[in-house]
Design a protein around this ligand. Structure first.
Ligand SMILES: [Zn+2]
Length: 232
Protein backbone atom coordinates (compact mmCIF):
# COMPACT_ATOMS: atom_id res chain seq x y z
CA UNK A 1 0.00 0.00 0.00
CA UNK A 2 1.41 3.33 -1.01
CA UNK A 3 1.59 6.24 1.40
CA UNK A 4 0.23 9.28 -0.44
CA UNK A 5 0.36 12.94 0.60
CA UNK A 6 -2.84 14.72 -0.23
CA UNK A 7 -2.44 17.75 -2.50
CA UNK A 8 -4.78 20.75 -2.80
CA UNK A 9 -8.15 20.15 -4.41
CA UNK A 10 -8.29 20.95 -8.13
CA UNK A 11 -11.01 23.07 -9.65
CA UNK A 12 -13.99 22.60 -9.48
CA UNK A 13 -13.69 20.73 -6.17
CA UNK A 14 -12.03 23.72 -4.50
CA UNK A 15 -15.06 25.93 -5.03
CA UNK A 16 -17.89 25.74 -2.48
CA UNK A 17 -20.37 27.53 -4.75
CA UNK A 18 -19.86 25.11 -7.64
CA UNK A 19 -19.98 22.10 -5.36
CA UNK A 20 -23.13 23.35 -3.73
CA UNK A 21 -24.75 23.50 -7.18
CA UNK A 22 -23.50 19.95 -7.87
CA UNK A 23 -25.16 18.74 -4.67
CA UNK A 24 -28.38 20.56 -5.53
CA UNK A 25 -28.44 18.61 -8.79
CA UNK A 26 -27.13 15.35 -7.39
CA UNK A 27 -30.03 13.31 -8.79
CA UNK A 28 -31.97 13.63 -12.05
CA UNK A 29 -35.77 13.40 -12.27
CA UNK A 30 -35.60 9.58 -12.18
CA UNK A 31 -33.60 9.66 -8.95
CA UNK A 32 -30.37 8.57 -10.66
CA UNK A 33 -27.13 10.21 -9.63
CA UNK A 34 -25.98 12.71 -12.25
CA UNK A 35 -22.53 11.85 -13.56
CA UNK A 36 -20.01 14.65 -13.91
CA UNK A 37 -17.00 14.50 -16.16
CA UNK A 38 -14.10 13.56 -13.95
CA UNK A 39 -11.05 14.03 -16.19
CA UNK A 40 -9.57 16.96 -14.27
CA UNK A 41 -10.17 15.32 -10.92
CA UNK A 42 -8.83 11.97 -12.09
CA UNK A 43 -5.69 13.61 -13.46
CA UNK A 44 -5.13 15.49 -10.19
CA UNK A 45 -5.48 12.24 -8.22
CA UNK A 46 -3.11 10.43 -10.55
CA UNK A 47 -0.56 13.23 -10.21
CA UNK A 48 -0.94 13.14 -6.43
CA UNK A 49 0.04 9.45 -6.20
CA UNK A 50 2.76 9.55 -8.88
CA UNK A 51 0.37 7.60 -11.14
CA UNK A 52 0.09 4.68 -8.74
CA UNK A 53 -2.94 3.00 -7.27
CA UNK A 54 -2.95 4.10 -3.64
CA UNK A 55 -4.32 0.74 -2.48
CA UNK A 56 -2.19 -1.89 -4.23
CA UNK A 57 0.73 0.38 -5.16
CA UNK A 58 0.77 -0.63 -8.83
CA UNK A 59 1.51 1.88 -11.53
CA UNK A 60 -1.83 2.14 -13.30
CA UNK A 61 -4.31 4.25 -15.17
CA UNK A 62 -6.09 5.41 -12.06
CA UNK A 63 -9.80 5.75 -11.50
CA UNK A 64 -11.59 7.99 -9.02
CA UNK A 65 -12.46 5.92 -5.96
CA UNK A 66 -14.85 7.35 -3.38
CA UNK A 67 -13.47 6.20 -0.03
CA UNK A 68 -16.96 6.47 1.42
CA UNK A 69 -19.02 5.36 -1.60
CA UNK A 70 -21.28 7.85 -3.32
CA UNK A 71 -24.24 5.48 -3.69
CA UNK A 72 -27.53 6.41 -2.05
CA UNK A 73 -27.11 4.10 0.94
CA UNK A 74 -23.62 5.33 1.77
CA UNK A 75 -22.39 8.91 1.39
CA UNK A 76 -23.88 10.58 -1.72
CA UNK A 77 -23.23 14.04 -0.29
CA UNK A 78 -19.50 13.37 -0.25
CA UNK A 79 -19.48 12.69 -3.99
CA UNK A 80 -17.51 15.89 -4.67
CA UNK A 81 -15.48 15.97 -1.49
CA UNK A 82 -11.81 16.00 -2.54
CA UNK A 83 -10.62 14.46 0.71
CA UNK A 84 -12.92 11.51 0.10
CA UNK A 85 -11.35 10.71 -3.28
CA UNK A 86 -8.56 8.16 -3.71
CA UNK A 87 -6.58 7.23 -6.84
CA UNK A 88 -7.25 3.54 -7.45
CA UNK A 89 -6.59 1.06 -10.24
CA UNK A 90 -9.60 -0.61 -11.84
CA UNK A 91 -9.13 -3.88 -9.91
CA UNK A 92 -8.89 -2.19 -6.51
CA UNK A 93 -11.81 0.08 -7.32
CA UNK A 94 -13.86 -3.05 -8.07
CA UNK A 95 -12.65 -4.82 -4.93
CA UNK A 96 -13.40 -1.82 -2.80
CA UNK A 97 -16.68 -0.83 -4.47
CA UNK A 98 -19.50 -0.40 -1.93
CA UNK A 99 -17.55 -0.93 1.28
CA UNK A 100 -19.11 1.31 3.91
CA UNK A 101 -18.51 1.10 7.67
CA UNK A 102 -21.47 -0.13 9.71
CA UNK A 103 -20.66 2.52 12.31
CA UNK A 104 -21.68 5.21 9.81
CA UNK A 105 -24.62 3.35 8.33
CA UNK A 106 -27.88 5.31 8.35
CA UNK A 107 -26.10 8.59 9.08
CA UNK A 108 -26.30 11.23 6.40
CA UNK A 109 -22.90 12.86 6.16
CA UNK A 110 -22.59 16.03 4.11
CA UNK A 111 -19.92 18.53 3.22
CA UNK A 112 -20.43 21.92 4.85
CA UNK A 113 -21.05 23.52 1.44
CA UNK A 114 -24.18 21.34 1.12
CA UNK A 115 -25.67 22.65 4.38
CA UNK A 116 -29.16 23.84 3.63
CA UNK A 117 -29.34 21.70 0.48
CA UNK A 118 -30.24 18.53 2.37
CA UNK A 119 -30.82 17.63 6.03
CA UNK A 120 -27.89 15.89 7.70
CA UNK A 121 -26.73 13.96 10.74
CA UNK A 122 -23.04 14.76 10.50
CA UNK A 123 -20.99 17.44 8.83
CA UNK A 124 -17.88 16.04 7.16
CA UNK A 125 -14.75 16.78 9.11
CA UNK A 126 -12.31 14.10 8.09
CA UNK A 127 -10.60 13.26 11.36
CA UNK A 128 -13.92 13.17 13.27
CA UNK A 129 -15.61 10.87 10.75
CA UNK A 130 -12.54 8.61 10.49
CA UNK A 131 -12.45 8.36 14.30
CA UNK A 132 -16.13 7.38 14.51
CA UNK A 133 -15.41 4.59 12.02
CA UNK A 134 -12.04 3.62 13.46
CA UNK A 135 -13.07 0.02 14.21
CA UNK A 136 -14.72 -0.91 10.96
CA UNK A 137 -13.27 1.10 8.14
CA UNK A 138 -10.53 0.61 5.57
CA UNK A 139 -7.16 2.25 5.66
CA UNK A 140 -6.97 5.56 3.80
CA UNK A 141 -3.37 5.89 2.55
CA UNK A 142 -3.83 9.65 2.13
CA UNK A 143 -4.84 10.06 5.78
CA UNK A 144 -3.54 7.18 7.93
CA UNK A 145 0.10 6.23 8.45
CA UNK A 146 0.13 2.99 6.47
CA UNK A 147 2.89 1.38 8.55
CA UNK A 148 0.90 1.76 11.78
CA UNK A 149 -1.69 -0.59 10.34
CA UNK A 150 0.08 -2.78 7.78
CA UNK A 151 3.69 -3.79 7.26
CA UNK A 152 5.07 -5.90 4.47
CA UNK A 153 6.50 -9.20 5.69
CA UNK A 154 9.15 -9.94 3.08
CA UNK A 155 10.00 -13.33 4.54
CA UNK A 156 6.45 -14.69 4.44
CA UNK A 157 5.13 -12.89 1.33
CA UNK A 158 2.27 -11.09 3.00
CA UNK A 159 1.16 -8.02 4.85
CA UNK A 160 1.00 -8.18 8.64
CA UNK A 161 -1.86 -6.22 10.14
CA UNK A 162 -1.44 -4.42 13.46
CA UNK A 163 -4.88 -2.87 13.90
CA UNK A 164 -8.50 -3.62 13.10
CA UNK A 165 -8.22 -1.18 10.19
CA UNK A 166 -5.18 -3.08 8.90
CA UNK A 167 -6.99 -6.41 9.24
CA UNK A 168 -10.07 -5.24 7.31
CA UNK A 169 -7.85 -3.68 4.61
CA UNK A 170 -5.75 -6.83 4.24
CA UNK A 171 -8.87 -8.95 3.88
CA UNK A 172 -10.28 -6.68 1.18
CA UNK A 173 -7.16 -6.06 -0.94
CA UNK A 174 -4.34 -8.43 -0.14
CA UNK A 175 -5.59 -11.99 -0.49
CA UNK A 176 -3.98 -15.17 -1.83
CA UNK A 177 -3.43 -13.92 -5.40
CA UNK A 178 -1.57 -10.91 -4.03
CA UNK A 179 0.60 -13.15 -1.84
CA UNK A 180 1.43 -15.47 -4.75
CA UNK A 181 2.52 -12.45 -6.76
CA UNK A 182 4.74 -11.29 -3.89
CA UNK A 183 6.44 -14.68 -3.86
CA UNK A 184 7.24 -14.32 -7.57
CA UNK A 185 8.58 -10.81 -7.06
CA UNK A 186 10.74 -12.03 -4.22
CA UNK A 187 12.33 -14.71 -6.44
CA UNK A 188 12.94 -12.13 -9.15
CA UNK A 189 14.47 -9.63 -6.70
CA UNK A 190 16.66 -12.34 -5.16
CA UNK A 191 17.95 -13.27 -8.59
CA UNK A 192 18.69 -9.63 -9.42
CA UNK A 193 20.69 -9.27 -6.20
CA UNK A 194 22.57 -12.54 -6.72
CA UNK A 195 23.40 -11.51 -10.30
CA UNK A 196 24.76 -8.26 -8.83
CA UNK A 197 22.42 -6.10 -10.91
CA UNK A 198 22.82 -2.69 -9.32
CA UNK A 199 20.22 -0.06 -8.48
CA UNK A 200 21.35 2.38 -11.18
CA UNK A 201 20.57 -0.26 -13.81
CA UNK A 202 17.42 -1.28 -12.01
CA UNK A 203 15.80 2.11 -11.47
CA UNK A 204 14.51 2.44 -15.06
CA UNK A 205 13.23 -1.15 -14.85
CA UNK A 206 11.51 -0.39 -11.54
CA UNK A 207 9.84 2.58 -13.19
CA UNK A 208 8.60 0.58 -16.16
CA UNK A 209 7.35 -2.42 -14.28
CA UNK A 210 3.80 -2.39 -12.86
CA UNK A 211 4.83 -3.97 -9.58
CA UNK A 212 7.90 -1.84 -8.94
CA UNK A 213 6.58 -0.78 -5.54
CA UNK A 214 6.92 -4.32 -4.19
CA UNK A 215 9.83 -5.36 -6.39
CA UNK A 216 11.81 -2.45 -4.97
CA UNK A 217 10.91 -3.52 -1.41
CA UNK A 218 12.07 -7.06 -2.16
CA UNK A 219 15.22 -5.88 -3.84
CA UNK A 220 16.12 -3.89 -0.71
CA UNK A 221 15.26 -6.89 1.47
CA UNK A 222 17.45 -9.32 -0.45
CA UNK A 223 20.23 -6.77 -0.82
CA UNK A 224 20.45 -6.53 2.96
CA UNK A 225 20.09 -10.29 3.44
CA UNK A 226 22.99 -10.76 1.01
CA UNK A 227 25.15 -8.07 2.61
CA UNK A 228 24.67 -9.70 6.00
CA UNK A 229 25.43 -13.19 4.68
CA UNK A 230 21.94 -14.65 5.07
CA UNK A 231 21.22 -15.32 1.38
CA UNK A 232 21.63 -18.91 0.30
ZN1 LIG B 1 -4.80 -1.21 -7.14
Amino acid sequence: MKQVTRTDAPHPLNCSETKRSFYEDLYDETGTQVKKRWNVVRDALSEMSGHHCAYCGKKAKVEVDHFFPKNKRAAPYLAYCWENLIPACHDCNQRKLAFFPRSLSGKRIIESCAEGVVPHDLLYEKSTIMEIASNDRLLDPTFDRVEEHLTLDCEFFCYNSHTKIGEITKERFFGEAFERNLEKLSHLAKKLVSEKVTVDILNPIFDLYGDEFYLRAYYEYWYLENAEGRMR
